[in-house]
Write a protein that binds this ligand. Structure first.
Ligand code: TXA
Ligand code: MG
Length: 333
């Protein structure tokens, strides 16, 4: 058991101290939780088999689920991949640093444990300055899944990470609330046509503007898990989550007409929450990016309040909301 420290990076001196401490731990093969603009990551030296194995054991992650490799520049990205096609260069130039992961054929540098034995590697250059500085200073890429136990909700604050891994990992760097709030878009460039393995806030029209329109891909063999993050029942709070359909406006007030056998929460962004029926009512922003930034923290708070059932008002069916809807549907499945 270790004592878990949380280090803030608000002042330049704190920033330097946190970077120094994180690098020292990472060089020794240890795990460090770091802020990214999407969600907090549980980072290890991607070139160390033992360090990456530690990620799998601490998270309870199934060994067939590959981990994203984080880089600090395009040169390091190219060293992780055996091919760097023009489409990768264009996406990197447009969206990096940022919430986009590119799946490409892996290079020999990347140990098989990172890619779950597969031939491809997910590569991302995050936008957080502290994370980037740590990679630069270490000189090696960092393997980092979201810093939560397998199948639990991703953390968007240092406190969320601490609550999951207190006394398990030595250090959480506190970069405040994650700016994007949900996990990166994962794009497969290892096969043609390109495809989205996991939607994120960089949405399909934004990718299509760079890559050309998304083609309907060949049907994948059933049962093949191209990206385990696409499995249903992922990204879930403890509470059962239900989506309140937009087309059932009239029934809105009937959410909880029976005497409640459990605590109910309602999360809205457009309609007003029905009064008096839920023990927790929340009104999140109506705009997709602002909603994405706050939804996980809201679900963490819902769990902390001991809620058994959470109703979430269905978001609009538009590209800006698609990744949010994806996460809510998975949590509801
Ligand atoms: O925003 C993010 O992507 C965050 C931050 C920390 O960077 N990371 C994250 O990692 O969400 P994780 O492990 O929780 O989710 C990574 C997703 C999983 O669905 C995984 O299966 C998929 O990316 N993935 C990673 N490498 C892949 C590969 N080579 N081929 C297909 N899918 C891959
Ligand atoms: Mg995850």
């Amino acid at each position: 058991m270790v004592k878990t420290e949380i280090l803030s990076i608000e002042t330049p001196a704190e920033f330097d101290e946190a970077v120094e401490r994180a690098c020292a731990l990472l060089r020794r093969g240890q795990l460090v939780a770091l802020p990214t603009e999407t969600v907090y990551g549980l980072a290890a030296n991607a070139l160390s088999i033992e360090a990456v194995k530690l990620i799998f054991s601490v998270k309870g992650r199934p060994p067939q689920n590959p981990i994203i490799t984080h880089v600090c520049d395009a040169e390091m990205a190219r060293a992780c991949a055996s091919q760097w096609p023009d489409v990768a260069a264009r996406l990197a130039a447009t969206f990096w640093p940022g919430p986009l992961t590119l799946v490409l054929p892996k290079s020999q540098n990347i140990p098989a444990v990172v890619t779950a034995g597969g031939p491809t590697v997910g590569i991302r250059m995050p936008r957080n300055t502290c994370f980037l500085e740590i990679i630069r200073r270490c000189g090696f890429p960092l393997a980092a899944p979201s810093a939560n136990p397998a199948n639990r909700l991703s953390p968007t604050t240092a406190r969320h990470v601490f609550d999951y891994f207190q006394d398990v990992i030595p250090l959480v760097v506190d970069g405040g609330e994650s700016e994007v709030g949900i996990e990166s878009t994962v794009v497969d460039l290892s096969a043609k046509p390109w495809s989205i393995l996991r939607p994120g806030m960089i949405h399909e029209p934004a990718l299509a503007a760079v890559l050309g329109p998304l083609q309907p891909g060949p049907a994948r063999p059933s049962g093949a898990i191209k990206s385990p993050g696409r499995m249903p029942r992922h990204y879930s709070p403890r509470a059962r989550l239900r989506i309140w359909p937009r087309d059932r406006d009239g029934e809105w007030l009937k959410v909880n007409t029976q005497p409640p056998s459990e605590k109910v929460a309602v999360i809205c962004h457009n309609r007003l929450p029905p009064s008096g029926v839920a023990s927790r009512n929340s009104m999140l922003p109506r705009e997709a990016q602002a909603f994405a930034r706050s939804i996980y923290a809201e679900l963490h708070a819902t769990d902390a309040a001991g809620i058994g059932l959470v109703w979430v008002e269905e978001p609009p069916d538009s590209p800006e909301w698609r990744a949010i809807l994806d996460r809510l549907r998975r949590a509801a499945s």
